[in-house]
Write a protein that binds this ligand. Structure first.
Ligand SMILES: [Zn+2]
Length: 92
């Protein structure tokens, strides 16, 4: 289980999601690196459907907006995965 993070092939800047141009060097070629874990920096519950959504910082740098499955607080380490195109974070 992991989440693929786009990394600029020219300068190594990681973004999420992938951007049209690298914000550091305007490069347009991306490679992907798997990340398995991150730390929750913020979370909320969608009032409409009760889905927990969090901001998860990954070691490569970017913040990932992910659906959080299970109890997770700010500062907790979570495992990252993908459900189709949706990033998913699960408490470890
Ligand atoms: Zn770049």
């Amino acid at each position: 289980m992991s989440l693929s993070i786009p990394v600029c092939a020219a300068c190594g800047e990681a973004t999420f999601p992938r951007l049209f141009l690298c914000p550091s060097c305007a490069g347009t070629t991306w490679r992907y690196e798997p990340v398995e874990r991150g730390h929750v920096e913020g979370s909320t519950v969608n009032a409409r459907d009760g889905v927990h959504v969090g901001l998860v910082r990954v070691a490569l740098g970017p913040l990932v907006v992910a659906r959080i499955e299970g109890p997770a607080q700010v500062g907790d380490e979570v495992a990252l995965d993908q459900d189709g195109l949706v990033p998913v974070a699960r408490p470890i």
